[in-house]
Design a protein. Structure first.
Length: 429
């Protein structure tokens, strides 16, 4: 029977990995958020390009390495000792932090974009290592709890990095503050990364394929042939796509339909991230530490149901006033609490789905090929997020507002049930 996941933080091996990934995700989003804010309010005028175009370019440059290099990263993670690769990647991050500091002080947009792409590249290489080494660091009965901590930490670090980067960069000493913090966090991440224990190479015999397109095609084909791996990856990818849509559309919903200011936006982003964290821990308790897909279908069903309830509550909000509501004024409205609760429950349901599926990927994949399967998962995750962003943009261009886009997302959650429906039976076969 599973107890609290937090006992794992007393184990040096897991703690070092957890801290390393938390700081890395925080730094990626700190830099990206600061850059997007700087583009929006300062740099766009210098290059005579619309901020929206530059911001989308920045996000695209961060995601692109996942498409191009994930399979190659998975091969490296399986062939060579993972802890040494972690240290190399974190030293790489320190170098990027130094270069990024110079680029920020120069206000050199191409250099800043290059640093962002570099951060995306180092995250691409870290992902297969992080999830690939996790089953080696904890007992099998603790694997679900370990993934719950990793997922909760990831979403919270994304939120914190995004908020801190956006708030710091526009202050009087914003550039100095951001560049110093990015460097300090990178150094701390390197120290924690050096403490990740060496576990030995998983598959030293495999050959590295220099052709990244050939390796991507081969690894995708191999993973997709599994009736267990394929639906698990689809389920995980849908939750990441949904999270991406929500984090993009919530600020618009708050501004256009709920009449809230930036403090209300922050409140919604915070509860969405915390909901994922609570759902992650709850999945461990409900499954008692057992690896299972039992929560996938009810989780997706609840996720869709909570999203579909939003159009019943949002129109009941009072008419928009002349001045936006701050978070205290918003929470003074019963309807405000209802919308907040639905968003929280939606993300909680997402946590119920994603953690067991990640654990399933790790537990049902042989050690010698685990990182390559995680790499395939990262490729598909990125594809789902990019595709969902494109569809959301098309829906917005056709006149659908943020609430309508979230309703469409709920319909997508119902469709995601189909490939996952036979998964639990296959596991029991």
């Amino acid at each position: 029977m599973a107890g609290s996941a937090f006992h794992l933080l007393k184990e040096r091996g897991f703690l070092s990995l957890f801290v390393t990934q938390f700081l890395g995700a925080f730094n990626d989003n700190l830099f990206r958020s600061a850059l997007i804010m700087l583009i929006t309010f300062r740099l766009a005028n210098d290059v005579d390009v619309a901020p929206a175009i530059l911001n989308n370019l920045a996000i695209g440059l961060f995601i692109l390495p996942y498409f191009l290099f994930s399979a190659f990263a998975g091969e490296l993670a399986d062939k060579f000792e993972k802890a040494r690769q972690v240290l190399f990647i974190k030293l790489w991050e320190v170098g990027l932090a130094l270069f990024g500091g110079v680029a920020f002080h120069m206000a050199n947009l191409p250099f800043l974009m290059a640093v962002l792409a570099g951060l995306g590249l180092q995250s691409t290489f870290f992902g297969p290592i992080k999830y690939g080494i996790l089953p080696d660091l904890v007992k099998r009965e603790d694997l679900l709890a370990a993934n719950a901590l990793i997922e909760a930490g990831t979403f919270i670090s994304i939120l914190l990095g995004t908020l801190v980067g956006g708030l710091l960069i526009l202050t009087d000493e914003g550039i100095e503050s951001v560049t110093t913090l990015v460097l300090v966090v990178a150094v701390l991440g390197t120290i924690s990364g050096a403490l990740v224990p060496k576990m030995g190479a998983a598959a030293p015999h495999i050959r590295i394929t220099p052709n990244i397109f050939a390796s991507t095609r081969r690894e995708l084909k191999a993973a997709w042939a599994s009736d267990i791996v394929r639906p698990a990856i689809i389920g995980i990818s849908w939750i990441w796509a949904l999270g991406s849509i929500y984090l993009t559309q919530l600020p618009v919903l708050v501004h256009d339909r709920l009449g809230g200011d930036e403090t209300v936006v922050t409140l919604f982003l915070a509860v969405f991230s915390l909901g994922i964290g609570v759902g992650s821990f709850l999945s461990n308790q409900l499954l008692r530490g057992n690896v299972s897909a039992k929560l996938a279908l009810p989780g997706l069903g609840l996720l869709a149901a909570f999203s579909l309830l939003l159009p019943l509550v949002v129109p009941a909000m009072p008419p928009l006033g002349a001045a936006p509501l701050d978070f205290t004024g918003f929470l003074g409205l019963p309807e405000g609490w209802m919308v907040l609760a639905l968003v929280t429950l939606t993300s909680l349901a997402g946590g119920l789905v994603i953690v067991p599926l990640y654990t399933l990927l790790q537990e049902r994949t042989p050690r010698e090929g685990r990182s390559r399967v995680i790499a395939v998962n990262n490729i598909v995750n990125s594809g789902f997020m990019a595709g969902s962003a494109g569809i959301a943009a098309l829906l917005a261009a056709s006149g659908l507002d943020s609430l309508g886009i979230l309703i469409a997302t709920a319909a997508g959650s119902l469709l995601a049930i189909l490939p996952l429906k036979p998964l639990d039976k296959r596991l029991q076969a």
